[in-house]
Design a protein around this ligand. Sequence first.
Ligand SMILES: Nc1ncnc2c1ncn2[C@@H]1O[C@H](COP(=O)(O)OP(=O)(O)O)[C@@H](O)[C@H]1O
Ligand SMILES: [Mg+2]
Length: 592
Amino acid sequence: MKRSLTTNTARTRPISYSLLSIVALVRPHTGAFIIALVSLAIGSGINLVFPEIIRRALRPEALPFLEQNLVPILLGLAGLFVGQGIVFFLRSYLFGVIGHRVYTDLRKRLFEAVLAKDTRFFDRNRSGDLAARINSDAALVQEAVAVKLSVIVRYGLQVVCGVVLMTWMSWRLTIAIVCSVLVIVGVSSFFIKGLKTASRRYQGDLARLTSFAAEVFSGSKIVRALGATEQVSRRYATMNGDVLAAGRKRALISASFSSGASMLLNLLLLGVLWYGVSLVFGQSLPLNELAAFVLYGAIVAVSFSFLVSAYAEVSQSLGGLERVFELLEQQEQVSEPSADGEGQGRPSSVRVDFSGVSFSYPDRADHVVLSDFSCELLPGRVTALVGPSGAGKSSVVQLLLRLYEKSGGEIRLDGTRLEKISEAELRHLVAWVPQEPQLFSMSIYENLMLGNDEILRDETLKTVSGWDFMDFIEPLEHGIDTMIGEHGALLSGGQRQRIAIARALLRKPALLVLDEATSGLDSHTEASVMKVVRHHIPSATILVISHRLSTVRDADSIYVINEGRVFESGTHDSLSARQGLYREYVAKQALG
Ligand SMILES: Nc1ncnc2c1ncn2[C@@H]1O[C@H](COP(=O)(O)OP(=O)(O)O)[C@@H](O)[C@H]1O
Ligand SMILES: [Mg+2]
C-alpha cells in the first residue's frame, strides 16, 4: 500500500513561520503589494473617521453650524464615499492579481520540483495525487494571499487604530475591552491548531480521492472488462465518505470557533455599554463621547470577529502551504555531479560495462533484485538480455539510466563511472524505450519531437517517411499531425510502440535500449524496426530485452538472466549448442 507523503511527515510548524513563508511568496510583487496596502490603509482610515464626525456633530453647540452647512457637509461625505470606493477597488483588484501571480509562480515551482524528484518519489506518490496537490494546495495559498491577507491587514489596522482612538476617549472602558479580547485570543489559538490539523486531513483525503478517480478513469476499459465497476464505485464511496467526515470535522471546528468568538464579542460589547452608561450617569463621560466610543467599539468588535475568522481560514490555508513546502523541500536522492563535457557533439557510440553490480529497490530493501551482475555492451553491436519475467532485466536498465542507485559493483560508460557522468550528458547518450511507451495527448509529430526539439520538421518528416515501420501514419487523415489522445489512446498498442521507437531513434543515441519495446509488433514489423535501427545508428550500442526468440536470435551477444544473475552468455549458436537455460527456452518456443 502506497503511503502518501502527507501522512508520514506531519510535522507542524509555528504559524508565524508559515505566515512568513506567505510573505516570502509575495516578495516578487512588492510594488503592487505596497500600493494595495496603502489603498487598504486609506479605505480603513476613512471608516474610522465617521465616529469622530458623529462625536463632533452631536455636541450640543454644534447644531447651528450643522444647520448652516448641511449641503457642503453632505457633499464632503459623498466625496469621502467615492474616494473610499476607488481605493477599495484598487485594494481588491491588486490583492486579487497578486494572489493569481503567487498561484502561477507556485504552480510552476511545484511542477518543476515534482518533475525533479527521484524515481523513488514517484514509486511512493500517486501521480494523480501530485497533480491534484499542485492545484488544490496552491489554490489555498492563493486564497490566503488574495483574500485573507488583505482582510487580516485591513481589520487588524481597524482594530489597532480603533483601540488607540478609544483609549484617547476613555482609557477605563478601553482596558475593559482589551482584557476581554485577550481572553478570546487565548481561546482562539486553541481552536486554530485544531483547524489546521483538520484542514490538512481534509486536503489529503481529497487529493487521494481525486487521484483514485483519475486512475480509474484512465483504466476505465479494464475496470469494465473486469466487471469491477461496482467494486470500484464502492471504494470511491468509502473514500468519499472519508472526505465528508474530514470536511464535517473542519466545518464543526470552524463554526464553533467563529460563532463562539462573535458571540463572546457581542456580550462583551453589551457589558461595555452598560459600564459606559453608568459613567454617563456619573457625569464622568459626555453622551456624545459614549456614542462615538460605542461606534468605535462596534467597528473594533466587528473587525475583530472578521479578523479572527480570517485568521482561522488562513490557518486552514497554512495546512496547504505546509504541504506545498514539503514538496518543494524534499531533496532529490540521486546525487547530481557537476555537469561537464556537455555540448561537445554527440558521440555515436558508447561502451557499457556492468561489473559485479548488486541492487535492491529502496522500498523493498530485503528483496535482492540483482546480485553480482556483470555484462558488457559493445559499440556497433546488438546485445540481448533474455530471461523469465521478474528476472531483473528492466532493473538493469533502470540502473543504467540512473533512475535508481545500485547498492554495489560498478557501471562504467566508456571507462567512466556512471556517477561521474552528469544527468544531462547521460540523457544525451542514452535513448530508452520501455514496454509501455509513454505518449502524451499531442499530435504524433509533437510526440516524436519530445527530446528532439533541435531537429527540423522537414528533416523529421523525410526521415520518418523512409522508415517502413512508420507507414501506418500515412493513411491517417491528418498524417503526422494526427492527435493521438490521452496516453496515445487513439492508437493501437503496436502503433504506440512504433512511435516511441521512432522518437528514440530520431535522437541518434549512442546507446539505444529497447526493453520489450517490440512486444506488440508482429515479427515482420519487428524485423523492419531492427533493420532501421542498424541502418540509422550503425555504430551505436544497442541493448535489446525480450523473451521472444526471434528478437534475440540475431543479436551479437546474448545474456541469459535468471534471479538477478547472468546464467550464461554467448551467441545464439553457441548458446543453443550448450545444455543450458537458453536451450530450454529455444526448445519451449519451438514447441509453442
Ligand atoms: N519499483 C519497484 N519497486 C520495488 N520492486 C520492484 C520495482 N520494480 C521491479 N521490482 C521487483 O524487481 C524484480 C525484478 O523486476 P524487473 O527488473 O522489472 O524484471 P524483468 O524486467 O526481468 O521482468 C521483481 O521481483 C519486481 O517485483
Ligand atoms: Mg521488464
